[in-house]
Design a protein around this ligand. Structure first.
Ligand SMILES: C=CC1=C(C)c2cc3[nH]c(cc4nc(cc5[nH]c(cc1n2)c(C)c5CCC(=O)O)C(CCC(=O)O)=C4C)c(C)c3C=C
Ligand code: FE2
Ligand code: FE2
Length: 369
């Protein structure tokens, strides 16, 4: 087994602290061929679909990848921006916002990057770039506030897979969730309040989260609990009564039962229960993406209005708003605690190299130091 080392390592290279922000990923283009590539990678992940591999391989390659790419490409085309997929645009802006603040505070000794679990920029590519930049201490922040094996653990798998073939591992801190982190709750509350003061407030606030199969909950995944906790804390902070908000789950895939209540069925039923106007917010989505723009603000808006709804207001995700960046910075800085920033003063680097040069011939005549 060949483990990858740092090429051309020198002792006078600066050592850095890295912050890697990740999200799910998105296709490279809104076309069937790009969708086939993206969905094949995403849906082959055993953390996402927990069916026996041979059976799932047949279903995925025999049915899903023949039908879904065309349908999903059309949906993506409806949300695509001149600069690309909304998820990619917002994630890049979030990383830029975080970089700007951290660079001002810590200077060139901190490196901030972003990567996608599926598609590009890929986690292995960005981790390799960070290693080349001398990152020896790394904080990974997957932008999933609620833990789920299908998202948070899958991201950890990708990091671990890259590390499993590396010789020199950095110190690692992995932020696996933050469903009740006060600055996150506060950022959402202020965002919603600002929406209400600009657009008015509807009868009920629907908090819609991406679903997962029900069996993940019964097997011990804390996702369902964490979504309800986020909703409860957010509602408490907004001063809402139980009748004024509800938690639902969207984006079902396949025929098995997923977490309930389903967002689409709920929205079809609400007008009949005398709830004629709603605000919808998606606390689990750090960025607007296909699932919020197309599925909530287009498809589900349609269901609600067709069923007799009179007012529907989609409250955008936190995206790269200053309040969100602020909350994420606090989360990152708490995870930097206790780490000494390396001393990269030119005279220190030169001294380190001088010591190495003096020792090299005495100890390992052939080794490049
Ligand atoms: C097949 C099972 C899926 C599980 C389990 C799942 C969990 C899950 N997903 C997100 C966040 C996002 N999912 C997005 C798109 C998306 N999700 C699935 C399937 C599962 N997700 C598919 C097939 C797709 C692709 C779109 C489609 O063909 O319908 C996105 C949007 C990506 C984008 O490019 O905009 C996000 C974000 C979470 C948080 C989650 C579990 C908690
Ligand atoms: Fe998903
Ligand atoms: Fe969807």
């Amino acid at each position: 087994m060949q483990y990858k080392g740092s090429e051309n390592f020198r002792h006078n290279q600066p050592e850095r602290v890295g912050v890697l922000v990740t999200n799910l990923g998105t296709p490279d283009a809104p076309t069937p061929s790009a969708l086939r590539r993206y969905l094949a990678e995403f849906l082959s992940d055993p953390r996402v679909v927990e069916l026996p591999r041979p059976l799932w391989w047949l279903i995925l390659h025999g049915i899903i990848l023949r039908i879904r790419p065309k349908r999903s490409a059309a949906a993506y085309a409806s949300v695509w921006q001149p600069e690309g997929s909304p998820l990619l645009i917002h994630t890049a802006q979030q990383a830029e916002g975080i970089r700007e603040v951290l660079k001002k505070k810590y200077g060139p000794d901190i490196v901030v990057g972003f990567a996608m679990r599926y598609g590009n920029p890929s986690i292995p590519r960005v981790l390799d770039e960070m290693q080349q930049q001398g990152v020896r201490k790394l904080v990974v922040l997957p932008l999933y506030p609620q833990y789920s094996a299908s998202t948070s653990a899958s991201t950890f798998d990708a990091i671990a897979k890259n590390f499993s073939v590396r010789r020199w591992l950095p110190d690692l801190r992995f932020i696996s969730h933050y469903p009740d982190y006060p600055p996150y709750i506060e950022a959402m509350a202020r965002h919603i309040e600002s929406h209400w003061s600009n657009h008015g407030r509807n009868q009920k606030l629907v908090l819609s989260y991406h679903g997962v199969p029900l069996k993940y909950l019964t097997k011990g995944d804390p996702y369902h609990c964490e979504c309800h906790k986020t909703s409860r804390l957010l509602a408490e902070r907004l001063g809402l009564t139980k009748a004024e908000y509800m938690t639902t789950f969207q984006s079902r895939f396949g025929k098995e039962e997923w977490l309930k209540p389903y967002t689409d069925e709920t929205l079809k039923a609400l007008p009949g229960q005398n709830v004629k106007s709603i605000d919808v917010f998606c606390p689990g989505f750090s960025s607007d993406c296909l699932e919020t723009i197309e599925e909530i603000d287009e498809e589900n808006r349609g269901y609600f209005m067709e069923a007799g709804g009179e007012g529907f207001s989609y409250i955008t995700a936190l995206n790269a708003t200053p309040g969100h960046i602020d909350a994420l910075i606090q989360l990152i800085e708490e995870n930097l605690q206790g780490w000494q920033f390396p001393d990269n003063q030119p005279e220190t680097l030169a001294y380190r190299q001088k010591l190495a040069d003096e020792q090299k011939d005495a100890i390992y005549p052939d080794r490049k130091l």
